[in-house]
Design a binder for this molecule. Structure first.
Ligand code: SAH
Ligand code: SF4
Length: 353
């Protein structure tokens, strides 16, 4: 039997091609996207402005297939975590973080992650596979459908859940197209952020392919320590990483900046010396720094930095003129904080055996 196409993974341009191959007019794309993204209607039979013949044809070759929600957890601080089942014992997670004036959805791009940063619970789970565009977009649709019913909305989407987005480039870029598309989610490019541990060649390609915001998981200002924490640094060291950041800044408008994420690990990377080194490293790069207090998980020996160390670190950066924020830990009681997303990963790398 012919595999049906899941139309959730299709960008506007790809839907235009799809309808054109069926001999349909381009306005069908607009109609279908309105049903899916504005009205959350996924059953062709209910799309009454499509002719009956077209609905029948669509049903025979395509579907709109959302994965199952295995669990929805509500933290006491308003954070919501969804566990989504992708079959073959693979689960991924996404998290909604409400704030006074906005709501951020943190989504996953892979089942697990192959990069094995030493402080990350996703990394410790190993890796199974990349998500498809449809699986990425489904996370946003599932969350926005629920949040709509609660009169809440998603204002920002960040690829900071499970996985390394720049090792799943095509699916992630297509998903970004849909996030920015007015016919789908209509977010501004500043409100969509790809976070990477530093896949330099992909960062260079990204500059030509999309213009969403870029976040870099830096975590250390020198190669020796960074290679210990973020092993991909051995392949793409800090000077190459920063050159790729500058290239991304150059490709965008003047207001563009890069967000540098820095996990605060007690007595590992939180000294005055490292703060000074970081300030020096980022000089002249349009940047913001986000300090993330380490979120512990079972099987880790790291500890969160003391608040005094975090404040001291932040002050040094501030005093060097670098905009710095400390990320408040949210959703801990349902294991939804940064780096705690573990899902369920059938590890194919066999790293844990
Ligand atoms: N793979 C991408 C995106 C997912 S990780 C990346 O590494 O950027 C999202 C952010 O959470 C990264 O900055 C990551 O370093 C951080 N993180 C991972 N584990 C963490 C933990 N245990 N505590 C706090 N932050 C963590
Ligand atoms: Fe992968 Fe990011 Fe976790 Fe590193 S921090 S293991 S790149 S998900």
């Amino acid at each position: 039997m012919l595999d049906k196409k899941n139309l959730l993974g299709f960008t506007q341009q790809q839907l235009n091609e799809f309808f054109s191959q069926m001999g349909e007019k381009p306005y069908r794309t607009r109609q279908l996207m309105q049903w899916i993204y504005k009205r959350h209607e996924f059953d062709f039979d209910n799309m009454l402005n499509l002719s009956k013949t077209l609905r029948g044809k669509l049903k025979s070759i395509a579907n709109i297939n959302l994965p199952n929600v295995v669990k929805q957890n509500f933290a006491t601080d308003g954070v919501i975590k969804w566990v989504v089942g992708l079959g073959e014992h693979n689960n991924i997670e996404m998290v909604y973080i409400p704030e006074k004036d906005r709501g951020t959805l943190c989504i996953s791009s892979q089942v697990g992650c192959a990069l094995a940063c030493t402080f990350c619970s996703t990394g410790m789970q190993g890796f199974n596979r990349n998500l498809s565009t449809a699986e990425i977009i489904s996370q946003v649709l599932i969350a926005s459908k629920y949040l709509d019913s609660q009169n809440k909305r998603i204002s920002n989407v960040v690829f900071m859940g499970m996985g390394e987005p720049l090792l799943n480039e095509e699916a992630v870029y297509d998903a970004c197209d849909l996030l920015l598309d007015d016919l789908a989610f209509g977010l501004s490019r500043r409100k969509v952020t790809i976070s990477t541990s530093g896949v330099v060649p992909a960062m260079l390609r990204m500059a030509d392919r999309t213009n969403v915001s870029l976040a870099i998981s830096l975590h250390a200002p020198d190669d020796k320590l960074r290679s210990e924490l973020v092993p991909i640094n051995e392949k793409y060291p800090i000077n190459e990483l920063l050159a790729a950041c500058k290239n991304y800044l150059k490709a965008g408008d003047q207001e563009r900046h890069i967000l540098f994420e820095y996990v605060m690990l007690d007595r590992v990377n939180d000294s005055v010396d490292y703060a000074n080194k970081l300030a020096k490293l980022l000089k002249g790069i349009s940047s913001k720094v986000n300090l993330i207090p380490f979120n512990p998980f079972p099987q880790t020996n790291y500890k969160t930095s003391k608040s005094s160390a975090i404040e001291r670190f932040q002050d040094i950066l501030h005093n060097s003129g670098i905009r710095t924020m400390t990320r408040r830990t949210r959703g801990e009681d349902v294991d939804a904080a940064c780096g705690q997303l573990a899902g369920k990963v059938l590890d194919k790398t066999k790293r844990n055996i």
